[in-house]
Design a protein. Structure first.
Length: 129
């Protein structure tokens, strides 16, 4: 039920992101957490983790799919919900943050990643018809 409430608040479509690698490092920590991407768009990502992240926590992400990769992408945890198989965390990207290096390149790569997952979703929808 909580997932539905989150989905209804979104103003931008999120795309299934099978094959998207997401690594997360909390600000001030060296250890990186591997996350399972649930959905994605150029504004944020939902991930499944084996441990919770606190709301409003700043994180540094590595996001990669095929030949596209972004390191040290700035994000903020907007929600973290306990589920049977871990913790589902919604993370909003903060590409305009003063902490974000190469802002234009990062935003360009995020748009490319979003377009890639949008095409994949459309192809899957056509196959299901």
């Amino acid at each position: 039920m909580a997932n539905l409430a989150i989905a209804e608040r979104r103003s931008n479509t999120r795309y299934p992101s099978q094959g998207l690698f997401v690594g997360i490092r909390r600000k001030g920590r060296l250890h990186k957490l591997d996350a399972s991407a649930q959905d994605f768009n150029k504004f944020g990502v939902a991930v499944l983790l084996d441990q919770p992240l606190p709301k409003d926590c700043t994180v540094y992400l590595t996001v990669a799919s095929g030949d596209l990769k972004i390191d040290n992408l700035i994000g903020v945890v907007h929600n973290c919900i306990s589920q049977r198989n871990g913790y589902r965390c919604g993370i909003q990207f903060r590409t305009q943050s003063n902490l974000q290096f190469d802002q234009e390149q990062v935003e360009c790569t995020l748009r490319q990643l979003e377009a890639r997952f949008k095409v994949m979703m459309e192809k899957e929808s056509e196959r299901d018809r």
